[in-house]
Design a protein around this ligand. Sequence first.
Ligand code: AMP
Length: 566
Amino acid sequence: MSVDLFTEFGLLPELIQSIEQMGFEQPTPVQQVAIPALLEGRNVIAQAQTGTGKTAAFVLPMLQQLTPGQGTVQALILAPTRELAVQVSTAASQMAAGMDLRVLPVYGGQSYTVQKTQLKRGVDVVVGTPGRLLDLIRQGVLDLSQVRYLVIDEADEMLEMGFIEDVESILDQLPEQRQMALFSATLPEVVRKLGERFMENPARFNLSPSRPTVEGIEQRYYMVRDRDKTAALIRLLEVEDLTQGLIFARTKARAQELADELASRGLAVEALHGDLNQSRREYVLNRFRRQALTLVVATDVAARGLDIEAVSHVFNYDVPLDPEDYVHRIGRTGRAGRTGTAITFLAPAERRRLKMIESYIRQPIQEHRVPSLEELQARRDERFASRLSEMAAEGGSEAEMALVNRLMESGLDPVQVALAAIRMARAGEAALPAEELEPVTAEKRDRREQRKFTGRENAFEKRAPRGRKYERQEAYPAQRGRGNHREPGMVRLWMNLGGAQGVRPGDVVGAIASEVGIPGRAIGEIDIRRDHTFVDVSEQHVSRVLAESSGKYSLRGRPVTLKLAN
Ligand code: AMP
């Protein structure tokens, strides 16, 4: 069945009105197939990526089938990240604007008190991340006995982030009589099984593009040594016609370091990664959306599912490990018919990954040369001269003229004055020094790099075949270096829960950093033992952590106690 217009679905007038207000004219392919099936009451498994309009595909039929004014949780949407939960909840609220239905996002890091108050007041749709939902269920605040409609959004991400068991525990607690939809960009075995276990006779739709689309994006790569990547990036930032750019780095630490480095050069830039708490991430995103920031340095996980308008440039500071991530990343530019530029920095040891990407997108990526110092200087001169000509044409004020006359009278000639004025005007360029880059062209240099990199690269490829996992690894250094080693400036705390209680590193970081509102960076090693956990917290934040966290919140349904470790 082909549906060309939203009005052909038989949706309620209130929904049609919201759709019009949101500016949707025609249903997207996933909406064309999923909306009728869901309106018929069928269970649905849909393979569709972010950007396909999947949210409206499950939200519209959901709203149509709920009872307005009921004020008990009738529908539950599970999302892997806070960002996605907020995004889906916002979209659902917009679509429900004309109906007496309340939508509430719940996610870790938000105050329990606020969530509980809102839940008590009456909510029809809850959009939440699995961990927090489970906590609320265990605390008896979230009653799911009336749920008739369930959605699992980005199920493959749930798997990727280790949430599948949590999802199953939630599903086990839902009434049998309910409709269910599962949306996922890919369908790994575990996700498929989850669908089969919990869904009877689902309608299946595959909307994933047969070929990744990178059309309309100019793709280039620059071969530079790893340690020269920052200098190369700074050079390109100067010569590119950039309005806003997203820079992707492989790990949280690299993203933060790079953002700090660029900021120290006077660029309007912030980092965006999983170590930052929710409010900080929202703050960064809002500034980026308002164009108060020119650049954001992000990790793949943090950038996933973000609702950001197209940027002019995407920089791959590191080549992603997974070709799919490359497509996701560069898809942030060149949207809606506009052209975009995707620039990848490639250390010689990353060459193999480039080949994988090229074969995945089925097109070659052009190699370009980082502009030389001379070219950079020529570009600076050219820009300065053209600005100067423009200003010269504008003339000057009387006061400026008087100043020039005074200088002439003091015996200086106009050329001397011009030279001194130019030097003063260009003093700021020193903030963007152009460092020498070691050229990487010859094969022998390539081999030398390979030798230097192989050990490290292999080590992390073994640990983490995909980029996302690597970031998780990086976040929890304790998993690598157990024992009593403690970084300077850190204080070791003892927590009353451990592996036997289901504690995972992410819970610890999430709980402490988000609940207490300290940066994830302030948490160091986490050593999970059987019945307890050691966690290092920076000296600066330790008193706050001890004062604000002990006994005040729970993790995996149990109250947390923290004290100084012996
Ligand atoms: P999603 O895949 O749900 O994240 O949606 C991607 C974007 O497409 C969102 O900004 C939606 O508001 C927008 N969108 C969804 N459906 C339509 C439609 N039928 N027409 C135009 N835009 C849409």
